[in-house]
Design a protein around this ligand. Structure first.
Ligand SMILES: NC(=O)c1ccc[n+]([C@@H]2O[C@H](COP(=O)([O-])OP(=O)(O)OC[C@H]3O[C@@H](n4cnc5c(N)ncnc54)[C@H](OP(=O)(O)O)[C@@H]3O)[C@@H](O)[C@H]2O)c1
Length: 254
């Protein structure tokens, strides 16, 4: 199926490795021109070079930290200026630390809000006018299954991503009809981040995998394929949804 992404202009935040890298690769593979952000410039440059070789696409590395307001604005404005507009925004990054609620003070909460929620607010605020000018646009937020099926110790990310899901639902009305916005909630996906966790607690990881109906970790390319569909003209009638990509791990009916 041709997704119709040829020539579209996209920004994928947190794209030097893992899920963001796979998304940047999927979009570039479909012919989109893709800006990739991340904090470590050398890792980002290496990721851009690898994807350029693999896809033959046009990729741009824009180093930045999306916890900072000025970086969000610079990443969006720089991409739109470089490519001549913006059609697609993928909000993705790392995640706040895990831990017990009583151990986190206001500073920890402020950092989590800046990282998970305000980065999304700021990037959408900067990106939406470019999309409105072009008469169409698509936004996808990467959160986690824990945001819809909370886990003890994940409070910082569950609470802040719940805000992202609520914001996306609101914006699916407010930014319509030009802009669609959806949220993905991945389960356990094989990335450098998850490999670190698996190395630290191999028994817990095996137990978690046993609970996945499809019996394995997800692949970052499987998340990327869903993003590519949602931001493409083929996915144009889907907005305001939160989609779990979890091999059946969620026990919720809806
Ligand atoms: N892997 C899973 O099983 C899983 C499951 C559910 C949800 N998720 C969520 O999906 C997202 C991506 O996960 P992942 O496993 O791909 O993580 P990852 O392997 O740690 O990759 C995160 C990427 O984001 C970049 N990044 C981190 N903080 C950033 C910031 N402040 N500004 C800009 N870029 C930033 C990192 O590069 P730099 O460090 O150079 O900035 C890296 O390229 C995370 O939010 C994670 O919580 C992952």
């Amino acid at each position: 199926m041709d997704l119709g992404l040829e020539g579209k202009i996209a920004i994928v935040n947190g794209a030097s490795q893992g899920i963001g890298y796979a998304i940047a690769g999927a979009l570039a593979g479909e012919g989109a021109r893709v800006a990739m952000s991340g904090r470590r410039a050398p890792a980002l440059d290496a990721a851009r070079d690898a994807l350029t070789r693999a896809t033959g696409g046009e990729l741009l590395a824009v180093p930045g930290d999306i916890r900072r307001a000025e970086d969000c604005e610079r990443i969006i404005a720089g991409t739109a200026a470089h490519f001549g507009g913006l059609d697609i925004l993928v909000n993705n990054d790392g995640a706040p630390p895990l831990g017990q609620f009583l151990d986190f003070d206001d500073d920890a909460w402020r950092r989590a809000v800046d990282r998970n929620l305000m980065s999304v607010v700021r990037c959408i605020r900067a990106a939406a006018p470019h999309m409105k000018t072009r008469g169409a646009g698509s936004i996808v937020n990467i959160t986690a299954l824990s945001a819809i099926q909370p886990i003890a110790g994940f409070g910082l990310s569950v609470a802040t991503w719940a805000g992202v899901i609520g914001l996306a639902k609101t914006l699916s009305r407010e930014l319509a009809p030009e802009i669609t916005i959806n949220t993905l909630a991945p389960g356990l996906i094989d990335t450098p981040r998850l490999r670190l966790v698996a190395e630290q607690s191999p028994d817990e990881m095996s137990e978690l995998i046993r609970d996945i109906p499809l019996g394995r970790l997800g692949d970052a390319d499987e998340v990327a394929a869903a993003v590519a569909f949602l931001v493409s003209p083929r996915g144009r009638y889907i907005t305001g949804t939160t989609l779990a990509i979890d091999g059946g791990l969620s026990r919720a009916t809806f």
